[in-house]
Design a protein around this ligand. Structure first.
Ligand code: AHG
Length: 334
């Protein structure tokens, strides 16, 4: 079969009425920026891009050089495109307005430019996560409050994983699709259309070092998985944890599984570890569109009304049946 490029796919989606011209162009611009980030990450030590930038982000975390480079690439690529009213990044305190010299559009773009960046220096997969919202009508200079829309309102979401291959996974709310970067040609090529995550799984992802800090329902759920075929679940489960959400989610998108970053005593005051607007919402949209489920442990993630641009939340996502069991244990205990 003739390969289908991302651009061809976007034209088809426009013809099907799933996206308008402006949104499809915006995705092309984001994908082009991610190709540049892939080039920068691939250079590794010889590109002089490894190590600390010597700065901190809004979350108070030390920034890697590649965090800063990726953020700049995405900001610069998207400023002039004409599809955006503003951008918000996990790396910046406030939304970035579109400079006056460029035309403005009516979309809002949110991104985590380089998720899992603690993995860069050890050459393990990292990624970019993004989400697109509509700018509220009549707002010409969007502020943080205009980004605070529930995940159900997302027009598009995607991630790019910079691994052995560079892969883009995308949804417009009409299924989840995967594109693989053909480095020689320089194009993203459709590699899987309408991905489906199996409802059942025998594989879970969680940072077990936090076990003693978890809430009781999480202790119970994971305890039961670890008990294997002699425990209440009656079968063995396997565990994986990359510590790059993009890589863990990509495994789930590929062969099923569940991912948890639950609340624990260490992070309770922050509300969780992962960021709602830059990580949880886009991943939840992608997972649901592939037939999986995503919750906060207490309710559907996409229905949570955001209260802050950098808000953190607990995240349970992946194969439906396991997300439901773990969520049920939490709801039942409340
Ligand atoms: P960061 O981008 O700051 O490296 O955070 C990575 C996120 C997410 O990608 C990953 O699933 C999780 O944090 C890993 O957390 P632990 O280090 O606590 O395992």
């Amino acid at each position: 079969m003739k390969p289908i490029s991302l651009i061809q796919f976007l034209i088809e989606e426009r013809r099907a009425g799933h996206v308008n011209a402006e949104l499809s162009l915006l995705i092309e611009v984001v994908a082009r920026a991610c190709k540049r980030i892939a080039v920068a990450t691939n250079k590794g030590a010889i590109g002089g891009v490894l190590g600390e930038a010597g700065t901190g982000n809004i979350q108070g975390e030390a920034q890697k050089k590649l965090d800063v480079i990726s953020n700049e690439i995405l900001l610069e690529a998207n400023a002039w495109g004409g599809q955006l009213a503003a951008c918000a990044s996990e790396e910046m305190e406030d939304p970035q307005p579109i400079p006056d010299m460029y035309p403005k559009g009516n979309h809002l773009l949110l991104f985590d430019p380089l998720d899992g960046s603690s993995n860069i220096d050890v050459n393990i997969s990292v990624g970019t996560i993004f989400s697109v919202l509509r700018c509220p009508d009549g707002v010409t200079n969007p502020k943080a409050e205009h980004f605070l829309q529930a995940g159900t309102t997302q027009l598009a979401a995607g991630y790019v994983v910079y691994g052995p291959a560079t892969v883009l996974v995308l949804t417009f709310g009409h299924g989840t699709h995967e594109f693989t970067l053909d480095r020689e040609v320089g194009s993203f090529i459709l590699s899987r259309r309408d991905i489906r995550i199996p409802e059942e799984t025998g594989e879970f992802a969680i940072n077990m070092s936090n076990q003693r800090h978890w809430e009781a329902p999480m202790q119970r759920y994971i305890g039961e998985l670890l008990a294997g075929k002699d425990g209440p679940r009656g079968r063995d489960f396997n565990m994986r944890w990359v510590a790059s959400m993009v890589a863990d989610v990509h495994r789930i998108i590929t062969r099923g599984g569940v991912f948890f970053y639950p609340l624990d005593a260490k992070i309770k005051s922050k509300g969780g570890k992962l960021r709602l607007m830059y990580e949880a919402n886009p991943m939840a949209f992608i997972i649901e569109q592939a037939g999986g489920a995503a919750t906060t442990g207490r309710g559907r993630l996409l229905e949570l009304q955001p209260t802050g641009l950098h808000q953190r939340v607990p995240v349970f996502l992946g194969s439906k049946k396991e997300v439901e069991v773990a969520t049920h244990y939490h709801v039942e205990a409340d």
